[in-house]
Design a protein around this ligand. Structure first.
Ligand SMILES: Cc1cc2nc3c(=O)[nH]c(=O)nc-3n(C[C@H](O)[C@H](O)[C@H](O)COP(=O)(O)OP(=O)(O)OC[C@H]3O[C@@H](n4cnc5c(N)ncnc54)[C@H](O)[C@@H]3O)c2cc1C
Length: 324
């Protein structure tokens, strides 16, 4: 690790948090910068009035021993997909709890949008929204490949080209909150599962221009608090691509109309969130990228696979390269 003392990690999602933990444990001064309100990135939970929506990552595998140590205290088995291929886990009490747990004790700066990067002598300079700047010995980009490519423009042509070859499919997420349980819906009928009030898990693979590829009743997640009915829908990659620039109102209308309607039961709350970079379609095939000469590292799920655990493995791999 030679003379590296300070490291900036841009992105406090799973990959950035995993990298920061290893770097901090090795004695480096690590600062995480994230433009969001809370750590986690695509591992996200949104609270609106009495409703709770986990509108990003739904559940995750735990195969790696280090990952188990890191997330097990805030995870519980939850395998809602049928047929059950492998035991999956969910955060307790919600998905954001996993990120909050991993961020404990780390220096995480939220609302810190890194707008530009520059090199000054051997240092990396980060420039923020408010015009302030900060210098670090080494830089870790733990953000989706297209965003990393944009930040690195002209600074590292080799990595920039590799990043530009990685594509992440978008995903529209629709969140519906009701004051009281809606009647048996088309979703339940198709899946032949019990009515909503008795609880439901549901996974449905849409195709073509069908909007919905996944639906869940939030209140049936393990340890979910007893809140009014809340549903999260994910639109398929194909549909989300075709409707990427749609108005959120139209996306909500399409989900409600697309055979998933709740009859005349109107949601008291409806919102749509666009994950512009949701799932890597052609991962890099390497755990991370690290350039010793410029002290620049890149990690994220897009290196290995579109999964939460892959993001952890990527972040850890990069930190281990840096501290070798
Ligand atoms: C809808 C959806 C469903 C999913 N379902 C599953 C699932 O069921 N199981 C599973 O295993 N995986 C799932 N995933 C994938 C999983 O969420 C991701 O693989 C994982 O969370 C990626 O972590 P990451 O750290 O690589 O990136 P991210 O979580 O994207 O973190 C990147 C962070 O960088 C920040 N950032 C970006 N640019 C800047 C900047 N310029 N300045 C400051 N901060 C910046 C962002 O705010 C973000 O917090 C899903 C993802 C989505 C979107």
């Amino acid at each position: 690790m030679n003379s590296i003392k300070t490291v900036a990690v841009i992105g406090a999602g799973m990959a950035g948090l995993a990298a920061a933990r290893v770097l901090a444990d090795a004695g480096l001064a690590v600062t995480l910068f994230d433009k969001g309100r809370q750590p986690g990135g695509r591992l996200a939970t949104r609270r609106v009035a009495n409703w709770i929506f986990n509108h990003g990552c739904q559940f995750f595998t735990i195969r790696d021993a280090d990952f188990e140590v890191a997330v097990r205290p805030v995870s519980t088995p939850w395998s809602p997909v049928f047929p059950k291929a492998e035991e999956k886990f969910a955060g307790v009490p919600d998905m954001a709890a996993v990120a909050n747990h991993l961020a404990t004790g780390l220096d995480v700066r939220q609302h810190a949008h890194v707008r530009a990067l520059a090199r000054r002598e051997a240092n990396w300079i980060l420039r923020f929204d408010d015009g302030k700047a900060a210098a670090f010995d080494a830089l870790v980009l733990a953000i989706p490949a297209p965003q990393a490519a944009a930040l690195l423009a002209g600074l590292h042509p080799d990595y920039e080209a590799r990043l530009k070859s990685i594509h992440l499919a978008p995903c529209w997420a629709v969140m519906l909150g009701f004051e009281s349980p809606p009647p048996r819906s088309a979703l339940e009928t198709i899946l032949d599962v019990p009515p909503w009030p008795e609880g439901i898990w549901a996974s449905w693979q849409g195709g073509g221009d069908t909007p919905v590829s996944w639906a869940v009743r939030e209140n049936t997640r393990p340890h979910a608090p007893k809140t009014p009915p809340a549903y999260t829908f994910h639109c398929s990659a194909a549909w989300s691509k075709n409707h990427l620039e749609d108005d959120p109102k139209d996306v909500i209308a399409a989900v409600l109309a697309g055979g998933w309607a709740f009859g005349t039961h109107t949601p008291a709350h409806a919102a749509a969130h666009r994950w512009r970079y949701a799932l890597a379609e052609n991962p890099l095939g390497e755990p991370c990228l690290w350039d010793e000469k410029t002290r620049l590292g890149l990690c994220g799920d897009w290196c290995l696979a579109p999964r939460l655990e892959a993001a952890f493995l990527s972040g850890r791999a990069l930190a281990q390269r840096i501290t070798k």
